[in-house]
Design a protein around this ligand. Structure first.
Ligand SMILES: [Zn+2]
Length: 300
């Protein structure tokens, strides 16, 4: 074999090796990216957001201390312009209904169904969106339940039902929904169920007992049980793939959190509330952990 053809062969095998190394590296990178995206749903949501040009871009929620010079102290009870809600009350096996709690109820659209006033508009919007997008009409099977009614339910189903005083249905903020021929777990088999489980977060609702979170919520997956928490809390819960329990835990007392133009702070109840000046559309709700969550909008 001539030197020339040897050289050619060597060059060829060198080229093949380089291509193999490049392909191998690309495969490794792809594999690492896939593992990262699958193991971190939050990251997947962000990547999807960029690719789809989603408007409500994920905003990392890091607690901040504001400069003391910008803060003002307020007495919660004398703020007539602030809206008081019950929307962020936490109820579960360990957090019972607070003593003397009276749900703020109103009738939903002359339907005879009573629900918490905080979610009247949001439920109407969600319900309309379901019909518009799927053609299905969504029905309510249960909203408000008295402590006595829950006691009866628990007596019949002690393994699954929460004890009386611990159900979100006592607050009128939880709604069990269904569509024709698709109730309970079957709700997910319907187009409306799929739509609601994906999009209820845009309307201030969350799937309160999501799949694979039983360890935290104490309840298995309930795709039909919607809980109203309001915006932007529902969006943050969706985008961070967390439960309501984890969300409350994430909001460290006396810190300020920004999400788009919203400012959120969780501060001890029965104390002066400290807020940056100029906050608008302020809503506050006790969270049943000895704190109140205040949400306002910033104009900047
Ligand atoms: Zn329910």
């Amino acid at each position: 074999m001539s030197n020339k053809s040897k050289k050619n062969r060597n060059q060829k095998s060198n080229k093949t090796n380089v291509i193999k190394i490049i392909l191998g590296s690309l495969c490794s990178i792809l594999l690492i990216m896939t593992i990262l995206l699958v193991s971190k749903p939050e990251l997947l949501y962000r990547v999807q957001g960029v690719l789809l040009g989603r408007k409500d871009q994920y905003v990392s929620l890091k607690g901040k201390n504001y400069s003391k010079t910008n803060l003002q102290s307020f007495d919660l009870n004398s703020q007539t312009e602030w809206r008081s809600e019950q929307s962020l009350i936490l109820l579960n096996k360990t957090h019972a209904l607070p003593e003397g709690f009276e749900p703020q109820m109103a009738e939903y659209k002359d339907s005879g169904v009573q629900m918490n006033v905080a979610m009247l508009d949001a439920y109407a919007q969600l319900s309309a969106a379901v019909t518009e997008n799927t053609g299905d009409k969504m029905y309510v099977s249960s909203v408000y339940r008295s402590v006595e009614e829950q006691a009866e339910i628990q007596a019949n189903d002690p393994e699954i039902a929460l004890p009386p005083g611990h159900s979100e249905h006592h607050t009128g903020l939880a709604v069990d929904v269904y569509v024709f021929e698709h109730a309970g777990m079957n709700f997910l088999e319907s187009e409306a169920g799929q739509y609601v489980n994906k999009n209820c977060y845009d309307f201030g609702f969350i799937i309160r007992y999501p799949e694979d979170k039983e360890e935290i919520t104490g309840i298995t997956f309930e795709p039909w049980h919607l809980r109203y928490v309001g915006l932007p809390h529902s969006k943050i819960i969706q985008q961070k793939f967390i439960t309501f329990e984890e969300y409350i835990d994430l909001l460290k007392p006396n810190k300020f959190y920004r999400y788009n133009n919203y400012l959120i702070t969780r501060q001890p109840l029965n104390s002066q509330i400290v807020l940056p000046a100029g906050l608008q559309n302020i809503i506050y709700s006790p969270d049943n952990t000895g704190h109140v969550i205040v949400t306002g909008q910033v104009n900047d």
